[in-house]
Design a protein around this ligand. Structure first.
Ligand SMILES: Cc1cc2nc3c(=O)[nH]c(=O)nc-3n(C[C@H](O)[C@H](O)[C@H](O)COP(=O)(O)O)c2cc1C
Length: 212
């Protein structure tokens, strides 16, 4: 009987250990050093399409640039005032703390209200962070009146291919927009470099009849 108990406890500990290792692998499998910190061109509102993104290690930035190229839309990077730095662990700790405590980090780039009014379609890009939307994107979505606009999510991940909680979060933060969650595209971080044609083909679907 005692032996059985010990076996059960050992098995439970092994399961917990394996689960912890999987979580760390998912979070750590991120590409580092790939971000280009040169500012994007200023937005003008001449197109009715905006591609707004947050990216830490460069995958979503690359996806965003292809989408902007394909749609002719303006591109806008969501830049936190305080950088997340280059090291994974402090970045992950801060991101978790922000998510757990609902902290909206201040951002340093903003779009004028008059320019934001000109966009009908907003592609919004982000990496899945802690199974949800990174908090700088919460800051962005809450800053503007996005009523009546079409929001098209796209994201990169390292396992959470369905976006985990991120798409529901977008719906909650932009309740008066049409969110095309079912059409969102998701690309694993390690596959981004080879996905230019897939992403461009996807992006094209939405702009063909949208005032181009
Ligand atoms: C703080 C942090 C948390 C992450 N959490 C998840 C997660 O919950 N699920 C997942 O699939 N990937 C997670 N990842 C991996 C990233 O989503 C993935 O590496 C993505 O390609 C990074 O995009 P980026 O290069 O544009 O920053 C996380 C990465 C970081 C840095």
């Amino acid at each position: 009987m005692k032996k059985k108990k010990v076996i059960i406890i050992c098995a439970a500990m092994i399961v917990i250990l394996i689960a912890a290792v999987i979580v760390v692998m998912v979070l750590k499998g991120t590409r580092k050093g790939g971000i280009d910190n040169e500012p994007e061109a200023p937005v003008s509102g001449e197109s009715n399409v905006l591609v707004a993104y947050f990216s830490w290690s460069g995958n979503v930035q690359q996806m965003s640039r292809w989408i902007a190229e394909e749609t002719g839309g303006d591109i806008f990077r969501i830049v936190p005032e305080e950088s997340y730095g280059e090291k994974f662990d402090p970045c992950a700790d801060r991101a978790k703390n922000e998510l757990d405590n609902g902290i909206r980090p201040a951002v340093s780039e903003h779009i004028d209200k008059e320019i934001m009014e000109k966009y009908d379609v907003i592609y919004i890009g982000f990496p899945v962070w802690w199974y949800d939307l990174p908090m700088p994107v919460w800051t962005f979505l809450e800053e503007y009146d996005l009523s009546g606009k079409t929001i098209i999510p796209f994201f990169s991940h390292n396992g959470s291919s369905n976006g985990a909680g991120s798409l529901d979060t977008i719906s909650n933060l932009a309740p008066n927009s049409e969110i095309l969650s079912n059409d969102a595209i998701s690309v694993r971080g390690s596959d981004v470099a080879d996905s230019e044609s897939k992403i461009k083909e996807w992006a094209r679907k939405f702009t063909v009849n949208k005032g181009e």
